[in-house]
Structure formats: C-alpha cells, structure tokens
Write a protein that binds this ligand. Structure first.
Ligand code: PGA
Length: 250
C-alpha cells in the first residue's frame, strides 16, 4: 500500500477538507494537484471521504501531497458499525485526521472530551490530529469568542499534544461555507490567544472558513496564521493550488 508520510510536518500547512463530496472521478483533482506541486516546500494535505483514501494514496504516490481522514473513532477497533478507526485511516495511506470539526460537533453531538479521546486514538495509529474549534455567530455577538475557543482547546487537546502530533484549526462556525470571513484583527486576536494557551508554542495554527484564492494571501499575512483548512475551494485543483501558492510565498 503506498503511503504519503509527513513524519515531521512543516509548520506551514494547507489542508483540503472535501467533506462528503467526491466520487472516484474527483481523483483527477488530486492527481492534478500532485502534478502541480512535486515539492511544494509547505505541507499540502487532502482529506477526502474515507472511500477515496486508498485509491487517492495510489493516485498521489511519490508526490508531496499528504492525506488525511475527516474523523476517526476513539476505540482502536471493535463493534462500532459504520465507524472508522485511526489505524484504518493510516492503513489506507493517511498521515493526518481532522477531529472535532464543527459539522461533527453539530451533526453528531461530539463533545470536546470525545475529541480528546479521538486525538489519543489518532496518536496511537501515528496520525497527526487536526483539532478544530470555533465560535458560533451568537457566541461572537455575545462577546464570548475567546471563552468558547479557550474551553474547546482545553477540552479537546489530550495531554501530550505537541507540534509533532497535533495541528489546531480555528474555524468560526459562521465563516464555514458562508463566504464570510472574520477581519484580520479578529483572526489575529484568536490566533494569538490560542498560541498563548497551546501546550507547545510550535504547534501549527490554521485558519479555516471561506478561504479562497482571492483572500488566501491576506489571511496568510495575518500574524500567527500558519496555514489554512479549506473546504469548498479545495475541491478544484486550480483553486486549492492557488491557495498553496499563496502559502508558499507568505
Ligand atoms: P469552507 O469550509 O472553506 O468551505 O468554508 C472550511 C471547513 O469547514 O473546514
């Protein structure tokens, strides 16, 4: 089985989250991205649906494109119908796994405590966990942003999180898929706060929420932003490639 190792992930990371999008025809986009960035010099990661992981590992074999899952179960294995383990993701070619995305927290009621358990499971399979957190529009309007993300961070990061095994993604819920982004000051404030609270100052801190080729360079210029977790704009190699290029030159 081909693997796409990212043993010592670079701090600058562009991660594409395909969510529940992509049948096998979508593999052409992964191939195009792999061809466009034979050695990007920054971390580039695609997180397709689990059904595509193994074939995508073959499609991107020998390239610098890493692969990630979108969730894993907290148990190593067992009677959990419909779930996927961290070891299965690693076996299919993943080096990373997204954990605690707001869509998982909302659709499946995932708590920060569960996210921490999943993070430990990811480490057990030698995966890097990308831990997502972010406030809702109501929480921001109520002036609770830092309190909410601080509590999510404290609850979701298992003991032992370091830059080698964990990435943090700040994703305001109201910015995801909405075309709206926070101001540079708002992103800088949260990233500065997360950096100060995080157990390892070298942990990569991504911003996510409506990142696109038009705003990527400005977002990467914000102090404390090490990269992006990209949803919609990661589905097309040309768009995600432009975001990768913006990160390379940031
Ligand atoms: P978006 O999604 O880029 O489509 O807003 C980001 C995410 O949910 O990770």
């Amino acid at each position: 089985m081909p693997t796409n190792p990212a043993a010592s992930p670079p701090r600058k990371l562009a991660a594409g989250n395909w969510k529940m999008n992509g049948l096998s025809a979508q593999l052409a986009e992964a191939r195009a991205l792999a061809d466009a960035f034979p050695a990007p010099g920054v971390g580039v990661l695609l997180c397709p649906p689990a059904t595509l992981l193994a074939t995508m590992a073959q499609a991107t074999a020998g390239s610098a494109i890493g692969l990630g899952g979108q969730d894993c179960h907290e148990a190593e294995k067992g009677a959990h119908t419909g779930d996927i383990s961290a070891a299965m993701l690693a076996d299919a070619g993943a080096s990373h796994v997204i954990l605690g995305h707001s869509e998982r927290r909302a659709d499946h009621g995932e708590t920060s405590e569960q996210v921490a358990a999943k993070l430990r499971a990811a480490w057990g399979a030698e995966l890097v966990g990308i831990v997502c957190l972010g406030e809702t529009a109501e929480e921001r309007a109520a002036g609770r942003t830092l309190g909410v993300v601080g509590a999510q961070l404290a609850g979701s990061l298992a003991e032992g999180a370091t830059a080698a095994n964990t990435v943090i993604a700040y994703e305001p819920v109201w910015a995801i898929g909405s075309g709206q982004t926070p101001t540079a000051e708002q992103i800088a404030e949260v990233h500065g706060f997360l950096r100060a609270q995080s157990p390892d100052p070298a942990i990569s801190l991504l911003y996510g929420g409506s990142v696109n080729p038009g705003n990527a360079a400005a977002i990467f210029a914000i102090p404390g932003v090490d990269g992006a977790l990209v949803g919609g704009a990661s589905l097309k190699a040309v768009d995600f490639g432009a975001i990768v290029t913006a990160l390379q030159t940031a």
